[in-house]
Design a protein around this ligand. Structure first.
Ligand code: IPM
Ligand code: MN
Length: 358
C-alpha cells in the first residue's frame, strides 16, 4: 500500500501518528505492507516552500494509492499565514489538492455513539433515539470554485463570488450518494435551495434522473434552511444527506457538533477511481496543538475508511472500528469526550489502546 501522509499543521502530526500506529498494527495482523510518503501541505508547506501546496506534493499524492491527512491551518487572527493573499494561505492548499485530484465526493459520517450520549448537546429524548447519518458533499464545484473578484464599481467596492454547477458535476456526485444509500438504510435526502437558486433547481432535476436507476432507494428533497433545523430537531430521520459544496460544508459542521465531539468523526474525499483522501472532520485546533490531548479517534476512523474504500479490506476496517468501540466501552476518554467515571488519557495513549485491541 502506498500511502501519502499529510500530517499538516496544529494537532495534525499528533493525530496522524496515532492513525499510523493503528495501521501498522493492522498490517501485522492482516499481512500487508505499507510504504508511507510524507507530503507537505498547508502552513508547514508555506514555511518550507513559500506556497501551501507544491506541484511535487500533488505528484506525490497522485502516485499514492491513498492519502491520509491530519489537518491544516492555524489561528486566523494571530498566525502570519493569514497575512498572505488568500490564494497563498493554508486552506488554498486543501482546495487545490481536491481539484487537482478531482475529489468531487466528500463523505462525512455523523454517528452518535451510545457511550457518548451524555456529550450530545441535543435534548435527551432526541439523543436517546440516536442517529447514524452520512453527508455526501459535492466538493469540487459551486461557490468555492467559481470565479471571484473584488473590485470597484462606481466608486463602491464590490465583491463577487459565483455559484456554478453543470449537470455532469451533479450527476457523478449523486451517483456516489445513491451507491452509498444502497448499502445503508436506502434513503437519500437531497438538500438544496430550489425555491431561490437556479443551480439548486438543476440539482433537483439531475438528482431525480439519477434516482430512477435506484428504485429501492427513497429520494426526498429538503430545503437547506429546513435541513439545518431538522438536524437538531430530529437527526434520526436522515440516512444519506446529499448536498452541494457550501451547504455541505455548513451542515457537516452542524452534524458533527450534535454527536458531542468533532474529534470522533472521519471523512473521505473520493474521485472516480479507488483513490481517496482521508481526513478527520475536525480542524487543526492550534490552541491545543503539541499538548498530546487531541482526540485521535477521527483520524484513526479515517484510516479505517481508507482500508474499506480504497483497499476493499472490510475486515481490517471493521477491526479498527470495533477496537474504537471497545476502548470507549472500557471507559477510556480523551479530554474532549471525558465524562464522570471515565478514565482520561492522552492522545498517544488513546492510539496505543486502540492499536492493542486490533
Ligand atoms: C472543510 C473545511 C474546508 C472547506 C476549508 C478549510 C477550505 O472547512 O473541509 O470543511 O470549507 O471545505
Ligand atoms: Mn468546513
Amino acid at each position: 500500500m502506498k500511502i501519502g501522509v499529510i500530517s499538516g499543521d496544529g494537532i495534525g502530526p499528533e493525530v496522524v501518528a496515532e492513525a499510523k500506529k493503528v495501521l501498522d498494527k493492522c498490517s501485522e495482523k492482516f499481512g500487508f505492507e505499507i510504504e508511507y510518503t510524507d507530503i507537505y501541505m498547508g502552513g508547514c508547506s508555506i514555511d518550507k516552500f513559500g506556497v501551501p501546496l507544491t506541484d511535487e506534493a500533488i505528484e506525490a499524492a497522485k502516485s499514492s494509492d491513498a492519502v491520509l491527512m491530519g489537518s491544516i491551518g492555524g489561528n486566523t487572527t494571530t498566525s502570519p499565514w493569514y497575512r498572505l493573499p488568500a490564494d497563498k494561505r493554508p486552506e488554498a492548499g486543501l482546495l487545490k489538492i481536491r481539484k487537482a485530484l478531482n475529489l468531487f465526493a466528500n463523505l462525512r459520517p455523523s454517528v452518535l455513539y451510545d457511550e457518548l450520549k451524555d456529550a450530545c448537546p441535543l435534548r435527551k429524548d432526541i439523543a436517546d433515539k440516536g442517529f447514524d447519518l452520512i453527508i455526501v458533499r459535492e466538493l469540487t464545484g459551486g461557490l468555492y470554485f467559481g470565479k471571484r473578484h473584488t473590485g470597484e464599481e462606481n466608486g463602491i467596492v464590490t465583491a463577487v463570488d459565483t455559484l456554478t454547477y453543470s449537470e455532469e458535476e451533479i450527476r457523478r456526485a449523486a451517483i456516489k450518494a445513491f451507491e452509498i444509500a444502497k448499502k445503508r438504510r436506502k434513503k437519500v435526502t437531497s438538500v438544496d435551495k430550489a425555491n431561490v437558486l437556479d443551480s439548486s433547481r438543476l440539482w433537483r432535476k439531475v438528482t431525480e434522473e439519477v434516482a430512477k436507476a435506484y428504485p429501492d432507494v427513497m429520494l426526498e428533497h429538503m430545503l437547506v434552511d429546513n435541513a439545518a433545523m431538522q438536524l437538531v430537531k430530529d437527526p434520526a430521520q436522515f440516512d444519506v444527506v446529499f448536498t452541494e459544496n457550501m451547504f455541505g460544508d455548513i451542515l457537516s459542521d452542524e452534524a458533527a457538533e450534535i454527536t458531542g465531539s468533532i474529534g470522533m468523526l472521519s471523512s473521505a474525499s473520493l474521485n472516480d477511481t479507488k483513490f481517496g483522501l482521508y481526513e478527520p472532520s475536525g480542524g487543526s485546533a492550534p490552541d491545543i496543538a503539541g499538548k498530546n490531548i487531541a482526540n485521535p479517534i477521527a483520524t484513526i476512523l479515517s484510516a479505517a475508511m481508507m482500508l474499506r474504500f480504497t483497499f476493499d479490506m472490510d475486515e481490517a476496517a471493521k477491526s479498527i472500528e470495533d477496537a474504537v468501540s471497545k476502548v470507549l466501552k472500557e471507559g477510556y476518554r480523551t479530554v474532549d469526550i471525558m465524562s464522570e467515571g471515565c478514565r482520561e488519557v492522552k492522545t498517544s495513549e488513546m492510539g496505543s489502546l486502540i492499536a492493542d485491541r486490533i
